[in-house]
Design a protein around this ligand. Structure first.
Ligand SMILES: NC(=O)c1ccc[n+]([C@@H]2O[C@H](COP(=O)([O-])OP(=O)(O)OC[C@H]3O[C@@H](n4cnc5c(N)ncnc54)[C@H](O)[C@@H]3O)[C@@H](O)[C@H]2O)c1
Length: 699
């Protein structure tokens, strides 16, 4: 039964809030607390109250699933409990353990005192869901912790540990040993000391640095461009300083409600649930056996092999690294060492720790030496015959039961399975993103024959590596890269039609993308896709429009940052893109050759033209079952391609616009350009008034 109980320990009434698993403030719980508080008030033998959470002692605040939904009519709320505590003549001691976040911390802040076990974490993480705290956190925290500390906590959303919270004045005591006993003892001390028992609301917020708001605003303009919630948090904390308490509370509530109803908050809440849904994979459950992966080997020590080896070393897993080119292997090892040394210099890790990690990477000179590894990842050049050759060699070299994975970006992993027929269940794709030691995304490519055990094992491994794994089916480019093709195609067409690289990049960073596509291409290197286009030239449909812009740049040796020039030029040693008139001239020339009349193109059109192909291809990927659910596609684009989290990912963004509107635009573009055919699923959902969120292949 969820609710709250009251027990008496001498003169102390102990109220225990009980709503497993994390004592969230679901409907019914605030009412139960109010009833127990009233009983404690009425009991003359009770002189003080201890308020604690059952179980491990956490208090989670509001139930995230209830956000945006109406609260049951007449049912008391957290704010009613807070008001009752502040009216209480008897001091209330909040007793914290585990996580006291959001509404949980707000409840604690309204109490007369706060004590906590040493491992407790407190924080106001609301900003991550697109709104400020709404039950007084922005008004009470500055009064206890000081304005600067409160502002930092509320704007970042990051929790802090109990010792730090005590130092800041948020907690009155950190208790080692039995928490309940310690809290009761603390309450007895307060009874003995007698009034006054000051409330946060009665204090004046302390400001040390009068520039803190201006400085934070400036930082947010850069770091949180386009987002409302971080600035909303700042406005609320500022109100704590400029307005009387009750007016500050009203202002906080108004801003909270405005933010709660925003598209930004809907998007962030969507991502919160998407991150949980992505872990659910049909056919994989708690009962699925997991093979231990205690050692790994990587074949191919290029850009990816080196980064993947670093991932394993960072997770403490010994990894062997092999390359057929001895010099490439030497370069990889030297690169890994210098990267670790850089991290030591910047104070990110200790020197001894770096040596331990470097020591976990063992170079091997022949492929046979992968024997004994629990997992082998192939990361050689993106050429099918070469990968087939490597798989043949792995078939003889690997132990029985070893998992064999390919890091291919596009190729058919089922074909690689056919090379090792006796190991059908053990093969899949593990598509890391570059730089592999930094990027969180890992596409796990489920072949037709991969066993549930293999899949469960790599999903468990992904967690150890700190990666967000998304399961995808086999197709050309899987989820992310397959969608990328339409995006980059449209960038080239827009260049021909009159937009400059700067205009395209600023339209998309203005939308919220981490980087513009031209700058990304320069960073990744234009030559890789150029080689691929040349190899696939015979597959191209000559009746379809083709832009030679990128090819022509490559013909000039402009491969991007590594050659000092691509879509932009780069000063020696600099990574800052500088617009280049030579590129503008070249694009104008290519456009003239194709008979294109160039025009001015606005940012809105650039965003639509570049991002709607993602939605359209995403719809096909969902329809074909390559992705299990639309929200998995969102996770891929947020974690692998810099799509703004606060827009909820590609598919959620389209759902927000409305699929009928998206479909209408794509159909209109299709009338003028032959490559815009709306995906069947998009057409169907648009006609039915449906949304991508309703499609779940995992259900
Ligand atoms: N670079 C990226 O951004 C990226 C991202 C994800 C996936 N991938 C994929 O990862 C794979 C590797 O890409 P990369 O960018 O690291 O390539 P790369 O050219 O940097 O490195 C490939 C390495 O493989 C080695 N190699 C070639 N044949 C070999 C053999 N028979 N045995 C052992 N080693 C051999 C080469 O010497 C080279 O060092 C490709 O399939 C690519 O599509 C690349």
């Amino acid at each position: 039964m969820s609710g709250a109980s009251l027990e008496r320990e001498g003169a102390v009434g102990v109220i225990t809030i009980d709503n497993p698993p994390v004592n969230a403030m679901s409907p019914g719980v605030p009412g139960a607390i109010l009833a127990r508080l009233a009983e404690a008030q009425a009991d003359d033998a009770v002189a003080a109250v201890v308020l604690r959470g059952a179980g491990k002692g956490a208090l989670a605040g509001a139930d995230i699933r209830s956000f945006g939904k109406p609260w049951p009519e007449g049912e008391p709320t957290l704010r009613d409990v807070i008001a009752a505590i502040e009216r209480s003549a008897k001091p209330v001691v909040a007793t914290l353990a585990g996580y006291w976040l959001g509404g949980g911390l707000e409840l604690a802040l309204s109490c007369h005192y706060r004590v906590a076990s040493r491992k407790t974490q407190v924080g106001q993480p609301e900003v991550a869901l697109g709104f400020p705290p709404g039950a007084g956190g922005t008004q009470r925290l500055p009064r206890l912790a000081g304005v600067e500390a409160a502002l930092a906590m509320i704007v970042s959303g990051k929790p802090i540990g109990a010792p730090e919270a005590a130092e800041k004045g948020i907690l009155d005591r950190v208790i080692d040993g039995d928490l309940r006993e310690g809290a009761v003892a603390f309450a007895e001390e307060r009874i003995a000391a007698g009034p006054p028992h000051a409330l946060a609301r009665e204090r004046t917020p302390e400001l040390m640095d009068p520039d803190v708001f201006a400085a934070t605003r400036k930082r947010l303009e850069r770091r949180a461009r386009g987002q409302r919630a971080p600035a909303a948090c700042l406005e609320c904390v500022e109100a704590a300083l400029t307005l009387p308490f009750d007016e500050g509370i009203r202002k906080e509530r108004a801003i909270f409600e405005e933010c709660m109803a925003s598209a930004e908050s809907r998007a962030l809440r969507h991502v919160f649930f998407a991150e949980r849904a992505v872990r659910k994979v049909p056919g994989i459950g708690k009962e699925t056996p997991v093979r231990p992966i205690e050692s790994a080997a990587i074949v191919g020590a290029g850009t990816m092999g080196r980064g993947i080896a670093t991932c394993f070393a960072n997770a403490g897993i010994p990894v062997r690294l092999m390359d057929s080119d001895g010099q490439a292997l030497e370069r990889a090892l030297a690169g890994i060492r210098s990267e670790y040394e850089g991290r030591v210099k910047r104070g990110r890790i200790g020197a001894a720790d770096a040596e331990v990690r470097i020591g976990l990477i063992e170079p091997i000179d022949t492929l046979e030496k992968v024997a004994g590894a629990d997992l082998v990842i192939e990361a050689v050049f993106e050429e099918m015959p070469l990968k087939e050759e490597v798989f043949r060699a792995l078939d003889s070299a690997c132990d029985a039961g070893a998992i064999i994975a390919s890091n291919t970006s596009y190729l058919d992993v089922n074909r690689l399975v056919d090379i090792v027929p006796s190991r059908r269940g053990d093969v899949l794709g593990l598509h890391f993103f570059s730089p592999a030691q930094v990027m969180r995304l890992l596409e796990v490519i489920r072949t037709d024959s991969a066993s549930p055990e293999t899949l469960a094992s790599v999903l468990a491994l992904a967690k150890r590596l700190g990666k967000t794994a998304v399961v995808a089916g086999v197709c050309h480019g899987f989820i992310g890269n397959r969608m990328l093709e339409g995006y980059t195609r449209e960038v080239r067409f827009l260049l021909e039609e009159g937009a400059s690289p700067v205009e395209i990049d600023s339209a998309l960073t203005g939308f919220g993308m981490a980087m513009g596509p031209c700058a990304v291409a320069d960073l990744a290197g234009l030559d890789v896709s150029w080689r691929k286009r040349k190899a696939d030239a015979h597959l191209r449909d000559p009746s379809k429009r083709y832009s030679a812009v990128a090819d022509r740049l490559c013909e000039l040796g402009r491969f991007g940052q590594k050659t000092g020039a691509g879509y932009y030029r780069y000063e020696p040693g600099s990574r800052t893109p500088v617009p280049d008139p030579e590129v503008d001239a070249l694009i104008a020339e290519v456009a003239a050759e194709s008979g294109i009349n160039r025009r001015t193109i606005g940012a809105d059109e650039i965003v639509e033209r570049c991002l709607y192909p993602l939605v359209n291809e995403g719809a096909r990927i969902l329809d074909e079952g390559i992705a299990l659910r639309a929200s998995d596609i969102d996770i891929v684009w947020i974690n692998g391609y810099g799509f703004p989290r606060w827009r909820g990912g590609v598919m959620h963004w389209a759902d927000e616009i409305g699929l009928a509107a998206v479909h209408g635009t794509i159909a209109r573009l299709d009338e003028n350009q032959d490559h815009w055919e709306p995906a069947p699923l998009l057409s169907r959902l648009a006609a039915e008034g449906g949304s991508f969120a309703d499609v779940d292949r995992a259900a």
